[in-house]
Design a protein around this ligand. Structure first.
Ligand code: TRH
Length: 380
């Protein structure tokens, strides 16, 4: 008889943007593909999901996508049996009836809160600690992170090998880019731009337009487009739009599926990313990056930004550290980017090498899905 699969339920509420569904969808697929787990992914907003997985039928309450059972987490909760492992992503509140089902299950499930990603030092101390209890069911904190002693980062098996093969093949890159209608001029540097609204953008675009080196800037449809429109002096930018301003070509892209977005990051010389998941994917791309961190109340995100920078700049020369830190701080403050961009460009070869070193260092840790599975194994 085939061994019975372990069943995991992953709960995701889409607060805003794409990070919540981006992380849980990626994790679910990996648990199915690499660990043979039966995963049910409960999502309250299928429309956000549809953006990165166009096969999603937003009118269906139960469907299978890439081996994952996707369930619409509707407000009128219908009772179901609890799974062996229950993950509440980003501290979302599980339905009361489901918590009762956990408590009444013959074998108590492992209940974990998959937290937000942070490089802050306290994460190491809190990872894996017990949190609250519901009846006799204990919840545990599970923290992703960059340091030993955390839950690590999402990284699919063979990802870096696939990335390297792709980056070593001009044909594969050309074919991929052409598939998206991207035909950069010979010698142009490619930059991707995924960010929240940012008052510093105009100064960065000015700097790129006035540069001696041509830049082809790729902007997936999203929140930064308003700032791009203002700078270009146009309205209603849509996927496919292409504008040339001196040395800068700006091209708007459609929002693509996660795997395609990875390939886009792998093609680019520099990636501006945001939030959580794209930030991690840009690190796996092994190329210099710029992080637009998700803004939180009382500016607590700035502590997170500094905590990451403190780790990331290790091993860089003093001047390269200052350049990249200055650029990131200016971007996150919405300040003028011009001087910081010029300083960063001066350290390009060093920053390129460093991005690969950082990627390899991070990849030497267990990936997040494997760490979750190990946590469960240790727990039983
Ligand atoms: O969309 P985000 O800003 O999500 C944020 C963060 O997760 C933040 O921490 C959280 O608090 C907030 O949401 C609620 O950025 P993030 O995390 O990078 O998620 C974007 C997802 O979209 C990621 O999985 C990559 C994916 N993506 C595509 O699939 N296709 C695309 O074309 C693009 C640009 C992104």
């Amino acid at each position: 008889m085939p061994e019975k699969k372990t069943r995991w339920d992953i709960f995701c509420t889409v607060v805003d943007n794409f990070g919540d569904i981006g992380v849980t969808w990626r994790l679910s697929r990996q648990l199915v593909a690499e660990h043979g787990i039966a995963v049910r992914l409960w999502v309250d907003d299928l429309r956000a999901f549809e953006r990165m997985c166009p096969e999603i039928d937003i009118h269906t309450s139960q469907q299978w996508q890439q081996g994952v059972e996707v369930r619409h987490w509707a407000s009128d909760w219908q009772p179901v049996e609890a799974a062996d492992v229950v993950i509440a992503a980003f501290a979302c509140q599980l339905p009361g009836a489901y918590m009762d089902a956990m408590a009444e299950r013959e074998k108590t499930p492992l209940w974990m809160n998959l937290d937000y990603l942070s490089a802050e030092g306290w994460v190491v101390g809190c990872h894996g600690l017990p949190s609250v209890k519901y009846r006799h069911v204990q919840k545990f904190f599970f923290f992703p992170g960059f340091q030993k002693g955390t839950g690590g980062l999402l990284r699919e098996s063979g990802l870096l090998e696939r990335r390297r093969t792709f980056q070593q093949s001009p044909e594969m890159q050309r074919e991929f880019l052409q598939g998206l209608g991207i035909n950069p001029a010979q010698g142009a540097q490619l930059i991707s731009l995924f960010a929240y609204e940012n008052t510093g953008l105009a100064s960065w675009l000015d700097a790129m337009a006035g540069d001696t080196m041509p830049t082809h800037l790729l902007v997936p449809e999203g929140r930064i487009l308003g700032d791009v429109e203002r700078w270009l002096g146009v309205d209603g930018l849509k996927a496919g739009a292409l504008h040339v301003c001196d040395a800068l070509t700006v091209q708007v892209l459609p929002f693509v599926r996660q795997d395609q977005y990875d390939h886009l990051l792998w093609c680019c010389d520099f990636n501006a990313v945001r939030g959580e998941d794209s930030f991690v994917r840009a690190q796996w791309a092994g190329r210099p990056l710029l992080w637009h961190i998700y803004q939180q109340e009382e500016d607590i995100h700035l502590d997170k930004l500094e905590a990451f920078l403190a780790l990331y700049v290790n091993g860089l020369s003093e001047t390269a550290r200052e350049a990249i830190s200055g650029l990131w701080r200016a971007w996150n403050a919405g300040d003028n980017m011009a001087g910081h961009w010029q300083s960063t460009r001066k350290h390009w070869p060093e920053l390129q090498k460093h991005a690969e070193t950082w990627c390899l260092e991070q990849a030497s840790q267990a990936d997040l899905a494997a760490a979750l599975v190990q946590f469960y194994v240790n727990w039983i």
